[in-house]
Design a protein around this ligand. Sequence first.
Ligand SMILES: [Zn+2]
Length: 513
Amino acid sequence: MDRFATTVPFQRRDAMDQRKQLIEAFNSLCLDLAGADLSDSEYPIQMVNRLITLAAEMRASDVHLQPSSLGLELRLRIDGVLHCCGFIPPSNAQRVMARLKVMADLVHYRHDLPQEGRIIFADRNQEMRISVLPTLHGEKIVLRFLSGPGHFRSIDELGYPPDVAESLRGLLQETMGAIVVTGPAGSGKSSCLYACLRELTLGSDGIRRSIASLEDPIEVAVDGVAQTEVNPSVGLDLASGLRYLLRQDPEIIMMGEIRDRETADAVLQASLTGHLLLTTFHAGSASEAISRLLEMDLEPYLIRSSLRAVLSQRLVRRLCTCARPSDDPSEACGLPVEEFFLPTGCEKCAGTGFAGRLALVELLTIDSSEVGRAILAKSDSRTLEGKAVESGMIPRLQRGIDAVLRGQTCPAEIRRAFGFLSDDRFLPAGQSDLRFDAGPSLLPADFTSADPAENPEPGDRAAMDERAISRVAEECVSQGNGNDRQTRPSLSGELTLAAEGGSDAAAADDTSR
Ligand SMILES: [Zn+2]
């Protein structure tokens, strides 16, 4: 418990600093609009434009507008962590939501329907996906940036270790087989696939191959790829779409996701018949992806013959140059590291201590006969991982420890990415020296809930991490901002504001791009 207690303040301080910066930026936005006439039809237009600009400047990947009894809460996901900025009161909330729906060509007068669409900002070369869903207090809107400067464009920009990037390029030269990318939501699976597609369209040997994709939905347009979006209302789902696609004489197919046995079977069959398939699959690790395919009752020989590689990744936040060195074992979060760096915060990183993200990646290739035999024997994920490591795979946790030793990230980030629980399923057989030695001492009491939802499978770690982070954020709200949040009805009529100040956090953060 002691060791955990020493690690939390860093996350909390980090969350508080960033939250303060965001609140200041949001407040300055509200102050700028304070003089505006609320009845003016330009008001929601201005408000939305400023919100999107704020989100882009803060390098947010997602914008959440969540209704609550206090108003419409604005939250931004930055480097994988969700931060609250403040509230837009209910009277203006409706107009802001309506404006967003109009921009996305959605039905703005219906509030009882789930809706999806896109908003294109031609002037700033930016595109956002919008999702609207009715909730208890009204519609919740989530916007996701689809393209723009923050998105990776090539394999080199993914930040993979040189050995993984080189292997991946080699795999893309194959003419048949399936390459599967796994990881939780928001771990960069799509960025990886799109980077692979762009690499393939370049045609390094001067030969352009026939490339097609089947996606749900199309997130980014890639020149040179015939992209098709599924449309279940006309019977075009992933499995049937693949059958149609195969008649279009494709050589390379990117299929958005393996969702069930039917799509898994279709993907593996297609990859056996002279096509290179790229797809994603939800699994906790590379070996777990294979064992999950085996559990779907797919024939082991089919998996053995068609699967070329499984790439599994997690994203952690990269330390800013202002990080400070430490050799305090209590701050190592149980990782086997003696000297490492911790976040501090400077103007360049907007006080967060982090700038950008780093992919912790493992690449399991099926070319070794040992791994192949383990698949044919329907081995469990632990055995598969052990065989893969014997054949040269470097597991993600080892990549994470290496990244800490190189000063690229801090121990708490590795904990956030891989979970707080000591779990030997992350470690291959015979590598118990890498196991977190912290055990239950690192586990806060409320993490040992008997509720199975609180003890998720590794594949659900991200959700658990999110809960942990949001709990930290909630503590910040209750402990750090309990006194300084003020409701100031005088300002622009009714804006609810938190904290004082107005530093140009957005501009400062922008320099770290
Ligand atoms: Zn910094």
